[in-house]
Design a protein around this ligand. Structure first.
Ligand code: MG
Length: 321
C-alpha cells in the first residue's frame, strides 16, 4: 500500500493536452437559466483517456497541492491529475476505490469496494479504516461519500462492488459516520439503490441518487429541527439512464451524471439542461484554481468544462484540529 506523490512514467502517454471534443456539447431546456452557467466558448474537453472505468473525482485545493484525485476502479488505482504534470498514480493498489471526498482538514476519504470499507488517507500517509461493518456485519461495498460541516462522513452502501461475495447487510443503506468515535448509523434505509450523495449549500437537505433505470431519481431528504433526517422524497428525475455521482453547486442546483451526460437541475427539481459528454459519465466534481471547472469521470476518460459556478461548500468553518 503506497502513496506515490510524483508523476510516474507509465502515465506519460496519457499526458494529453486538452482537445476540443465536439461542438454540440449542450442540450438546454431552460435556455436563459442554463446559458448563465457557462462562460462564452465553454466546451467539453477530453483531459485524459486510456483508462478502464473512472469514478469518484475530488478536487484537492491549492493549499493541499491543487490536484484532481479520482479512481480507476478496474485498474485498482487512484489517479492524480494536475494541469502542469498531467496524469499520475496517486495510490495503487486502491483496494477497488470508488468515491472520494475531502474532509474538513483536506484529508482524502475513500470508499473502497474490495475492502468493503471507508478509509481516510492521513497526513502521515497511513490509511485508517473509519468504517467496515455495521451491526456486526460487513458493509456491502461503500460507493460514494460527502462530508458535512460538523466533520461527519455520509456514505452510500449499495452492493455493486461485491463481485460474488456474500452480502451481509440486510439492505442498501445510507450511513452517517462520526470519524472521531467511529459511531455508524443507518440514516436512510428506504432508497433501493443509493449511490451519489451530496448536501444542499445550507446543509438542510441531503441528496441521494437512486441508480435504477426504472426509478432514475435523486431523492431529497430534509433535516428536521432535531437534526435527524425526515422522509426521502423524489425530486430530480434523470430522463436518460440513471443517476450515479451528483454534486450541488453554491446556488443549490444539482448536477447529476446521466446516460447522455451531465443533467443540471434547479433546486426545485426542474431540469435546466444537459452537458452532453462523448462517454457516459459516472461522476463529477467542481475544481480547478478558481473552483469553476467541472471535471467529469466518464468510462475510459476524464473530461472537463469551464462553468460560472462553484461547488457548495460546508456551511460552517472547520473545527480546530
Ligand atoms: Mg457511484
Amino acid at each position: 500500500m503506497s502513496t506515490r506523490p510524483a508523476a510516474v512514467s507509465v502515465s506519460l502517454l496519457l499526458l494529453a493536452v486538452a482537445v476540443p471534443a465536439r461542438a454540440e456539447d449542450f442540450a438546454p431546456v431552460d435556455k436563459d437559466a442554463f446559458a448563465k452557467l457557462f462562460p462564452e466558448g465553454a466546451k467539453v474537453e477530453k483531459v485524459a483517456g486510456g483508462m478502464k472505468f473512472t469514478e469518484g473525482p475530488v478536487w484537492v485545493p491549492a493549499e493541499r497541492g491543487g490536484m484532481l484525485l479520482f479512481s480507476d476502479i478496474p485498474a485498482d488505482e487512484i489517479k492524480r491529475w494536475t494541469p502542469a504534470e498531467g496524469l499520475a498514480v496517486f495510490r495503487s493498489p486502491s483496494r477497488g476505490a470508488n468515491g472520494n471526498a475531502s474532509d474538513l482538514q483536506g484529508r482524502l476519504i475513500t470508499c473502497e469496494h474490495r475492502s468493503r470499507s471507508v478509509v481516510r488517507n492521513d497526513v502521515d500517509g497511513k490509511l485508517r479504516t473509519l468504517a467496515d461493518a455495521y451491526n456486526g456485519r460487513k458493509l456491502n461495498s461503500p460507493n460514494d461519500a460527502a462530508v458535512r460541516s460538523d466533520g461527519s462522513v455520509w456514505f452510500t452502501d449499495p452492493p455493486y462492488g461485491l463481485e460474488g461475495r456474500d452480502k451481509e447487510q440486510r439492505g442498501n443503506y445510507v450511513f452517517r459516520l462520526d470519524p472521531e468515535t467511529r459511531d455508524l448509523k443507518a440514516v436512510i434505509v428506504e432508497i433501493q439503490w443509493p449511490n451519489g450523495i451530496c448536501f444542499s449549500p445550507d446543509e438542510s437537505v441531503l441528496y441521494v441518487a437512486n441508480s435504477d433505470i426504472g426509478n432514475a431519481v435523486i431523492y431529497a431528504t430534509p433535516f428536521k429541527k432535531d437534526g435527524t433526517l425526515g422522509t426521502p422524497q423524489p425530486r430530480f428525475k434523470v430522463d436518460k439512464g440513471a443517476p450515479d455521482g451528483i454534486r450541488c453547486d453554491a446556488d443549490g442546483r444539482v448536477w447529476s451524471s446521466a446516460g447522455d451526460g451531465v443533467q443540471v437541475f434547479a433546486p426545485d427539481g426542474k431540469l435546466l439542461g444537459k452537458v452532453l459528454v462523448p462517454e457516459q459519465p459516472a461522476n463529477l466534481c467542481f475544481g480547478g484554481d478558481d473552483g469553476k471547472t467541472l471535471f467529469i469521470t466518464a468510462r475510459t476518460s476524464l473530461y472537463a468544462i469551464k462553468t460560472n459556478v462553484t461547488a457548495a461548500k460546508p456551511a460552517a468553518a472547520p473545527k480546530a484540529p
